[in-house]
Design a protein around this ligand. Structure first.
Ligand SMILES: Nc1nc2c(c(=O)[nH]1)N=C([C@H](O)[C@@H](O)CO)CN2
Length: 119
């Protein structure tokens, strides 16, 4: 990955978890993303339409995830990478998805995945 656009600490409340008690509450999920994008065209023209708009991507993730109710954070991570690749034309995404409240004795738990658009 060369140029990229980064979103850090994007937080959303969602139904998430494998246990019965988790199906009745929402919990905090936090996204850290790095998305491959050639930033030169946007910089040369100073034009947002040529940029990967981090606000638009953030909004799409928040809207999607707040309506989901998956069991595993792995599933959420996979679906969000698919969304970013298909909706925004991103060729590669690295996503770390944290569920900070899941293990009280730990500062954080997370999965991290890297996905590429089909060639
Ligand atoms: N690799 C994972 N391990 C666990 C997950 C998960 O989503 N991925 N989820 C749970 C429970 O939902 C847990 O968060 C409850 O505290 C356990 N392990």
């Amino acid at each position: 990955m060369q140029d990229s656009v980064i979103i850090e600490g994007l937080a959303v409340e969602a139904v998430i978890g494998v246990y019965d008690w988790e199906r009745t509450i929402t919990q905090r999920l936090v996204f850290d993303l790095e998305m491959a994008w050639d930033n030169s065209p946007a910089a040369d023209a100073d034009d947002i339409t040529l940029a990967l708009d981090y606000a638009e991507v953030s909004s799409a993730i928040l809207s999607y995830v707040s309506d989901t109710s998956f069991e595993l954070i792995e599933t959420v991570a996979e679906r969000v990478c698919e969304l970013i690749i298909t909706r925004f034309g991103v060729s590669e995404v690295i996503l770390k998805l944290s569920k900070p409240g899941a293990v009280p004795e730990a500062n954080n738990v997370a999965v991290k995945i890297r996905r590429r658009a089909a060639a």
